[in-house]
Design a protein around this ligand. Sequence first.
Ligand code: BGC
Length: 426
Amino acid sequence: MPPFTQHFFWGVSTASHQIEGSTTNDWSEWEQKNAARLAEEAPNKFEHTSPRWNEIRGEATDPNNYISGVSDDSYNKWREDVDLLKQLGVNSYRFSIEWSRVEPRSGYFVEAAINHYKEMLTALEQNNIEPFITIVHRTIPTWVAAQGGWANKKTIADFAHYTKKLVDVFGASVKYWTPLNEPVLNVTGGYIAGLIPPNRKTIFAGLYAYRNMILAHNKAYAIIKAICPSAQVGSAHAAVYAEAEDGHWYNQILVNLIHWFTNWKFFNATKNCLDFIGIQYYTRGVIGWRKSKYLIPLPGNIPQPGPASDMGQEIYPDGLYKYTQMVWKRYKLPIIVTENGIADRNDTLRPQYIKDHVVEVEKLIADGVDMRGYFYWSLLDNFEWDKGFWPKFGLASVDRTTKARTLRASAKTYADIAKHNGMVDQ
Ligand code: BGC
């Protein structure tokens, strides 16, 4: 008998900007400015890292790939998406509300956008699907970006104001909330490494944005609980899991530093404002020193042999177990895997990837960890940020022209797991 409780959440996750289409926010503006550059840089970035470069080359070198545009048109086709959820037999759906639709100008809330999400919530309720709402999944309205985004402390108050509005209007039908998706990746990618909006490259801006996002989470927690005391608020935390190359102590020091900055610093500051810990696990990093173009060697992620996703990410289910155990031992809070998935256009690796990660969740439960749910990323192929549309994470593929959704074979694998509340054959 699988160890999952009757209330275990089997779900799938999506995010507004990645599936809705026709959004106007910091990302849609950034895409216009950066598409040509991203297409040009693609061979350099992916020729040697993606095992499927020959298949993705066409899309990856086309500037249109980097414009989210109408994306999956889920803003209009959401009923088809709810149908997919029903076919999968999942009991939960994590999605985000698009801030730029609800509050396109400071303090001005759009009723039509609010009603849109209300309609979705009603449809989910009618189908007994528990909604998990992400308040901000990376994208911010252009007016928030113009004031400096998360590097301006005013954004905390604006986010709190928007959060209060959402809880006022949706609180009766939403119990589970994740205020911010992967703040740490927002900070490192957007404010320190400068790879994604707002393209800043300053450690100080990064540290300040990190602080502000932590405060924003804690504030959102207080607001949600004040309006709906029985609500459950959690993180949607990028599980940054690293191991030392060859187990060397000097690499282990780096690993400890990485874990501290990306994981423990965040959880230590938010632990009193978390009813559950949501973790998003995809792969591990193996940290060691490598020659660099500078005079000194630099620490980096060392690619591992073995099967990898289309994005070149190592498949390492063990990491989900090891990472979750570290989190559990430190914080003893209920844990939900709010994202886990693979870019696999041919759907050859995905069925086993899902099974192998679900087995790790089973082991965690058997070993006493309070696991409450597992969400596959993602329901649909979608806009994978600075990589555009070529990475295919979906249980359903989406025709880029007609927007027709088609469930892949792996959808059946996951539907079986959800139906049997665990794996049937192992
Ligand atoms: C993010 C998603 C993203 C996924 C796959 C997570 O970091 O929350 O938005 O699409 O990983 O890379």
